[in-house]
Design a protein around this ligand. Structure first.
Ligand SMILES: Cc1ncc(COP(=O)(O)O)c(C=O)c1O
Length: 397
């Protein structure tokens, strides 16, 4: 199947859409019928491809989508997706006409924005839906607790606007110590109560990201915003045994383009940071930091070849990396390489890679570059390919 499509380079990411469906269904079953799922597909669906993930999530029980900003939402609309889309971040007033044209829902965290949106709505004789965001302890964006009810009360009286929801973002929902999360939730509920006393109604109330969706039932309210977990990754290892069984959707793959026998003492890659200590077999893989494979994995990462781990040796280059395959005797040119994911019985997880370089799975997923085509699998078959280099969506059903 996969041979029917020849990628620009032997480096690609396989996305299992059935796993996305499984992960959304897990939450659909666990969170109860009164709570909606908003699928977070910003950053091109955490590197998986926003359109395909959004379509699958909506078919599997999500009822709305979230992205960071307008351009990301426009991509979804251009692909024919008509579900509600919340813009989680700041929307520049220059983009307000796009809100109207593409029917997008902005996040409001200032009266100034509400006034401008109201003027636009009145001018166009339309109603603009919005969600208010309050900052209960993330310290990023949102109305501060002592201004929130005043802004909410004034916004709700502005013509042309409909407050559809109120939300906050949790800063430490993946921590086993729940103190901070509970404080944030308490403050959030107090703010909502004060707003209600001032006549503001919020049809949707939301706070939970993946970690809280897994572990904090009290944060579910009537909508959870599901990002990382939908892609099959856990926000922390402690959340693995909490009753939600996730399946990783992405496998990052390549092929060996050269195997060479080298004597002891051979330097490998820039800076000669690795020298073979014996006669060795070294394989070259055409993936580098320009593809999102972190240079920090130099002499630290591992890949899987023929079900065995092969350590990255030397510095990761822009377009290549080298691995020691001396212990894999049958290794040969063109062998499949798994950079993150499972091969046979063995697995090298993105979490392990992230730990080695001092970051989180989120960052490594988002970093997988546009030079890496995404191959989508559905019902065990290749269903489509997104090749950014060729600039085309290719279909090979
Ligand atoms: C406001 C907001 N909500 C929800 C999410 C989804 O979080 P997660 O990927 O942990 O589920 C994010 C992601 O960063 C976010 O910024």
């Amino acid at each position: 199947m996969i041979h029917s499509y020849l990628s620009a380079r032997p480096a690609w990411a396989e996305i299992n859409l059935d796993h996305i469906a499984h992960n959304v269904s897990q939450f659909r079953q666990q969170i109860g019928p009164m709570t909606q799922i908003m699928a977070v597909v910003k950053a091109d669906g955490y590197g998986h491809g926003a359109v395909k993930v959004a379509e699958k999530a909506l078919q599997s029980g999500a009822s709305s989508l979230a992205v960071a900003f307008v351009e990301e939402a426009i991509d979804l609309r251009m692909a024919g997706i008509d579900a509600p889309i919340l813009l989680l971040g700041y929307t520049d007033p220059a983009h307000f006409p796009n809100l109207v044209h593409y029917k997008l829902t902005p996040t409001v965290f200032g009266l100034d924005t509400a006034l401008k949106l109201s003027a636009l709505a009145v001018e166009n004789n339309i109603i603009i839906p919005l969600h208010l965001k309050v900052d209960t302890g993330m310290g990023r964006i949102g109305l501060l607790p002592d201004e929130a009810s005043e802004v909410a009360a004034r916004t709700t009286r502005l013509p042309g606007l409909k407050i559809e929801g109120v939300f906050t973002h949790l800063a430490a929902a993946e921590d086993s110590d729940e103190t901070y999360t509970n404080e944030q939730l308490l403050l959030f509920e107090r703010i909502i109560e004060t707003c209600r006393e001032r006549g503001v109604a919020f049809p949707l109330v939301h706070a939970a990201n993946s970690a809280a969706a897994i572990n904090h039932f009290s944060a579910h309210y009537n909508l959870v915003r599901l990002g990382l977990a939908m892609y099959g990754c856990y926000p922390s290892s402690e959340l693995r045994n909490k009753g939600i069984n996730l399946l990783t959707a992405l496998t990052f793959k390549s092929r060996i383009v050269l195997v060479k026998k080298v004597p002891a003492g051979t330097a490998i890659s820039y800076g000669c940071t690795f020298r073979t200590d014996k006669d060795s077999l070294i394989a070259t893989i055409p993936v580098g930091y320009a593809d999102g494979y972190s240079r920090l994995l130099s002499n630290k990462g591992s890949v899987l070849i023929r079900g065995c781990r092969a350590p990255v040796v030397g510095t990761v280059c822009m377009d290549h990396l080298m691995v020691d395959v001396s212990h894999i005797p049958a290794v040969r040119l063109n062998d499949e390489v798994v950079l993150y994911g499972r091969q046979g019985e063995n697995e090298f997880t993105i979490e392990e890679a992230a730990e080695k370089v001092g970051t989180i799975n989120y960052e490594l997923l988002c970093a997988i570059g546009k030079r890496v085509p995404r191959y989508y699998f559905q019902d065990g078959k290749l269903s489509s390919v997104k090749d950014f280099v060729r600039g085309a969506n290719c279909f090979h059903g």
